[in-house]
Write a protein that binds this ligand. Sequence first.
Ligand code: ADP
Ligand code: F6P
Length: 493
Amino acid sequence: MTRLIVISNRVSPPDGEGKSNQGGLAVALSSALRETNGIWFGWSGNEIDEFTGQINLSRADGVTTATIDLEAQDVEEYYNGFANRTLWPLFHDRTDLAEFERGFAGGYARVNDRFAETLLPLIAPDDDIWVHDYHLIPLGRELRQRGVRNRTAFFLHTPWPVLRLLIALPSHRQLVETLFAYDLIGFQCQTWLDSFLHYVREQFPEAVVDEQGTIAIDGRQVRVIACPIGIDAQEFKASAASAEAEEARRALLGTLDGRKLIMGVDRLDYSKGLEQRFNGYERLLLDHPDYQEGVSLLQIAPPSREDVVSYQDIRKQLEALSGHINGEFATAFWVPLRYVNRGYDRTSLAGMYRAASVGLVTPLRDGMNLVAKEYVAAQDPADPGVLVLSRFAGAAEQMAAALLVNPFSPEELSDALGQALRMPLEERKARWHALMESVERQDVRWWLRRFLDALHGKAIEPVMMPAASPPNGGDRGAESRPAPAARFVAQND
Ligand code: ADP
Ligand code: F6P
């Protein structure tokens, strides 16, 4: 297999410890790189006084990592600035939070230039180059300008925003133009791909887009695909059934006094809809007092991007809201909401997912959302829990057998929670079978193979989309037979 060079902002060695392992990108690439004997290049996470371009090489488990340190100003302008104060909010429909500062754009360009310059000597003529995520959009063009002719691809892990939002970015055309340096661009789902093509057609009328999704522009051919990332489903399933996970499951259940557990696991990010989720839970307790003392919500949310003010703000808001909900409903014997700001190792997490009757995954916008897939993979087939999933997560396109909700509506959240908590075993099994089928089949290996096949110009199978819509968004009569995925339809718009 051709050697693969993966470039992402963060680099996390397989099985590495620490915060960086909590991100979906890091988790997925750890699995993917194991198979390709490749190099993973990126920022070490360290700051130095002056950029040296020195590469720190290390090798573990078949993967070579090559990292560089960045200056404090780089981190401020590129990572905290353009990546996380400009692009992240813009790509998640939060133009109100997006900050447009020339200094950020300058730092972003400088760091992409530094990445290209430092990476260049590591590239051999036959390598495939695969750049990841919004931090590094212009890297492909930087490499081309230095004479790199290799097959070069880009994958975006976040949503692609609609045209009317993206044009709020002062340099939007220049940024998108750099993408045309790649041979292949991948998006998490069809919705983000459609947004991108819409933008290209409107802003670059000279571009010709054919039916296969290849863009001809400036004498180049750029293939664009939807390629949803998956998880290592087999590994996660096995880990959820392990003795260690079972211990975590029992320990958690032991704290519940027979109450049903609703669980959310997210980085502490405003895009994850935690405030709206808490409001939906409050609505459930208000509208259905019979659930009071009968359920418990566990929200695990390790802090993220703590130097960025909007993240400090959401943290404060959630502290206040969780305190308010507990103050309103808690009794001497029951705490309705446990809000936990720390991470857990993956095996404990798998056991905890398995303890939860409901997996509550309700981002306001999310490129994919791997937690939804992990929750499904962790379930006990004989007694699976119910996934309540936002329509606005990329995952909704593949996971139509979940209870799909509008995360902005407390009433819809409350209704879906009620439906999930009451759902009979046969319907839970039917939905879970449909979900698990796609989580297992379209796993991280499928994603990797499909993306690299596309990069090598091969035809790729379509992402299997459910075909026909059941009445009322779900088949509540399918109680005695497993539901094929085709009976549940995503309504992600
Ligand atoms: P994002 O990439 O925006 O962080 P995803 O849902 O796609 O969101 O991926 C999050 C990943 O981080 C999942 O693999 C999840 O298991 C992991 N993760 C999130 N929170 C925790 C936590 N508290 N402890 C351990 N892992 C976590
Ligand atoms: O999935 C989106 C993403 O930004 C990844 O690129 C990243 O690894 C993860 O979220 C966590 O974010 P950060 O690296 O900023 O902590």
